[in-house]
Design a protein around this ligand. Structure first.
Ligand SMILES: Nc1ncnc2c1ncn2[C@@H]1O[C@H](COP(=O)(O)OP(=O)(O)O)[C@@H](O)[C@H]1O
Ligand SMILES: O=c1ccn([C@@H]2O[C@H](COP(=O)(O)O)[C@@H](O)[C@H]2O)c(=O)[nH]1
Length: 335
């Protein structure tokens, strides 16, 4: 990316110089006849995986990222939605069921869902009930195509195929005692459990599976967030990175004083001409000059002006504007 500041004098001189209007007919060999497609080619969504032990703060961190990216389309997909659910036999012996083992999830269905979202399709995600340990038979959550897809769950880094779909992998860290305390509170308040059953499940399944599957998958993380949702610095940095990855137009959302000149077919046509190695020197100079003029004129529109009244030849008053002759500049950033 190169940056150049233009002086007011230069800008005014360029803007008031000879005016080339219109898009000249290209010379015979300069442009191919391919039809231009829409300038806004849809980008592939940015997929973020968020893993970590139970009650480490994964959901909290995801909610904070989503809140900060409020000006983008962001969707959250929970691995929990892909729990297979228990049949009646398994339900009778629910205390023997290991919900923390990779086999408890329908990973094939999860893969299919993320692949579809990545190519811009909407999907129906199952709704899992933690109290009944089964999926709702008649309701689904519709998840639409988005700019950012966040996949959150204890084992989202376990399967290599799922990992490969991710552009960024975050591991949320919290001390084991903090997580256990949170889990007891959450499961008794929200998931209809009693303290004894939570402790029993934790010792029998949750902790061993954390050591065997969750912790070993931490090595795949690009970023580790200690203290989860309390770590505002880490979350801010992650959001900045995502914004950068989302591209050029989002610069305007980060910096309120950045204006992007909207690309039009005319502009792209001229860019095509000046990049064509067969263009004549005369046409190169002509179209480069015209492109520079567009940028300069756009920049001039952002200079400070004050209101000014003038009297017209018919003796009426016209209220217009006059350039404030202050020392100022407009930076032109080229990507
Ligand atoms: N930084 C925190 N301070 C206090 N409580 C928290 C914090 N982060 C999460 N919690 C609480 O702990 C529980 C689990 O958090 P959650 O974000 O749902 O974790 P996870 O998605 O990893 O299971 C929730 O009840 C939540 O309100
Ligand atoms: O029916 C169920 C399904 C899952 N669990 C427990 O949930 C956690 C995963 O959810 P987090 O929000 O990441 O904590 C997992 O440790 C399972 O043990 C359950 O208890 N019952």
């Amino acid at each position: 990316m190169s940056e150049a500041s233009i002086s007011i004098e230069y800008a005014m001189e360029k803007a008031s110089g000879p005016h080339f209007s219109g898009f000249r007919t290209p010379t015979a060999t300069s442009v191919s006849s391919t039809t231009f497609s829409d300038a806004n080619v849809p980008r592939e969504p940015f997929v973020i995986g968020v893993s970590g032990g139970t009650a480490s703060g994964k959901t909290t961190v995801c909610d904070m990222i989503i809140q900060q990216l409020h000006d983008h389309r962001v969707v959250l997909v929970n691995q929990d939605s892909f729990y297979r659910g228990l049949n009646s036999e398994e339900l009778k012996r629910v205390h023997e069921y290991n919900f923390d083992h990779p086999d408890a999830f329908d990973t094939e269905q999860l893969l299919e869902c993320i692949k579809k979202l990545k190519i811009g399709h909407s999907v129906q995600v199952p709704v899992y009930d933690f109290k009944l340990h089964r999926r709702s038979s008649d309701s689904f959550r519709q998840v639409n195509a988005s700019d950012v897809i966040i996949l959150e769950g204890i084992l989202v880094f376990h399967d290599q195929r799922v990992r490969n779909l991710m552009n960024m992998k975050i591991f949320v860290d919290a001390d084991a005692d903090v997580r256990l305390a949170r889990r007891i509170r959450r499961d008794t308040v929200e998931r209809g459990r009693d303290v004894n059953s939570v402790l029993e499940q934790y010792a029998k399944f949750v902790k061993p599976a954390f050591d065997d599957f969750v912790l070993p998958s931490k090595k795949y993380a690009d970023v580790i967030i200690p203290r989860g949702g309390d770590n505002h610095v880490a979350i801010d940095l992650i959001v900045q990175h995502i914004r950068t990855k989302l591209g050029q137009h989002d610069l305007c959302k980060i910096y309120p004083n950045v204006y992007v000149i909207q690309s039009t077919f005319q502009i792209r046509g001229m860019h095509t001409l000046i990049r064509d190695r067969d263009i004549s020197k005369h046409d190169f100079v002509f179209y480069s000059d015209r492109l520079i003029r567009l940028v300069v004129e756009h920049g001039l529109g952002h200079l400070p002006f004050t209101e000014k009244q003038v009297v017209t030849p018919t003796a009426t008053v016209y209220t217009g504007v006059d350039f404030c002759k202050k020392l100022c500049g407009v930076s032109i950033v080229r990507r």
